[in-house]
Design a protein around this ligand. Structure first.
Ligand SMILES: NC(=O)c1ccc[n+]([C@@H]2O[C@H](COP(=O)([O-])OP(=O)(O)OC[C@H]3O[C@@H](n4cnc5c(N)ncnc54)[C@H](OP(=O)(O)O)[C@@H]3O)[C@@H](O)[C@H]2O)c1
Length: 288
């Protein structure tokens, strides 16, 4: 059975990708800093993802930094033709692991080149500008200077498509006046529903919405209702959380993260988990 009435694949930057992809942030070390606990498992996760049909991988050169992209390259280069790798620019790590804003034209140029080098490609398929007015949530502020610089890198042929991350609807509107926007990646899941209106608006405009922390992020979702629904469906809570997102809106593309092959396979099986109407309604009650 397929998940609800929604399409299995949707367009991302002119390519059709499966609705469940893979987010690579968990492949770096603790706090997304330094090497992973098990590099061979990290490589195995990526190879298993592609073998299972994943054709959308989310990354950033500031994961590690550099580590996650280097592992992706080692595991998958030369890349399959249908694989869309989406990366992010706009932040830089301090030597202490801190996350710092890096949005000047020079910062963005450096970040694009870091991604090209560490991924081993001549052009980046999709680059999200990650807004940093508030590191943890979308906050108003103009992205015009940064986007103009990124659009110039696109003109130079180093970037094929531009997306946004951690942004408000106003910022999406401003951005679309500067350059086409192919996706928006913000914090969203069963519990964290601040973007409900934005998702619906982007669906009307045919722009993919990619929730980050789909499973709750560093502390995965826990809820008695979620566990109860999962038990009744013979599924796991994480699979139900993903199936709920797929059902939430047809423009949602998922990038659940994991450092384990077993979890990866479990998460991908959510694509075929049908969530009945009454259980979906029950899950609505979890939102804070
Ligand atoms: N734009 C942004 O600002 C931003 C911010 C954060 C993340 N992201 C992107 O979004 C992607 C997804 O976010 P995320 O990886 O941080 O969080 P997530 O997908 O919500 O959850 C990852 C966490 O869930 C655990 N997990 C995954 N599958 C599981 C399963 N089947 N059963 C039990 N636990 C499971 C993982 O641990 P194990 O490793 O043990 O499986 C990890 O702790 C990232 O990889 C990254 O690409 C973007």
């Amino acid at each position: 059975m397929s998940n609800s009435h929604h399409p299995v694949r949707i367009e991302l930057g002119g390519r059709r990708v499966n609705r469940i992809g893979y987010g690579a942030m968990q492949l770096a070390g603790p706090r997304v800093f330094g090497p992973p606990r098990d590099r061979q498992e990290a490589i195995a996760v990526l190879r298993a993802a592609v073998a299972e049909g994943v054709n959308h991988i989310d990354t950033a050169d500031f994961y590690g930094p550099h580590v996650t992209n280097q592992i992706i390259r080692e595991a998958l280069h030369p890349y399959p033709d249908d694989l869309v790798i989406v990366t992010k620019v706009g932040a830089k790590r301090g030597t202490d692991g801190s996350w710092n804003t890096a949005q000047s034209p020079r910062d963005l140029t450096e970040a694009v080149h870091d991604n090209l080098r560490n991924l081993g490609v001549d052009v980046l398929e999709v680059v999200n500008l990650r807004a940093m007015f508030d590191r943890h949530a979308p906050a108003e502020g103009s992205l015009a200077e940064a986007l103009t610089a990124l659009a110039e890198l696109k003109e130079q042929g180093l970037v094929r498509h531009i997306g946004l991350s951690n942004v408000t609807l106003n910022q999406v509107k401003e951005a679309r006046g500067i350059t086409p926007i192919v996706c928006v990646q913000n914090h969203y899941n069963l519990v964290h529903r601040a973007d409900d209106a934005l998702i619906d608006e982007l669906a009307r405009q045919d722009i993919p919405y990619v929730p980050y922390f789909p499973l709750g992020g560093f502390t995965p979702l826990q809820s008695a209702t979620l566990s109860s629904v999962a038990a009744r469906l013979g599924a796991t809570p994480m699979q139900v959380a993903l199936a709920w997102l797929l059902r939430r809106s047809p423009n949602i593309l998922l990038i659940p993260g994991t450092s384990r092959v077993t979890h990866l396979r479990e998460n991908l099986r959510a694509a075929s988990l049908a969530l009945p109407e009454d259980m979906a309604a029950e899950l609505e009650g979890i939102a804070s």
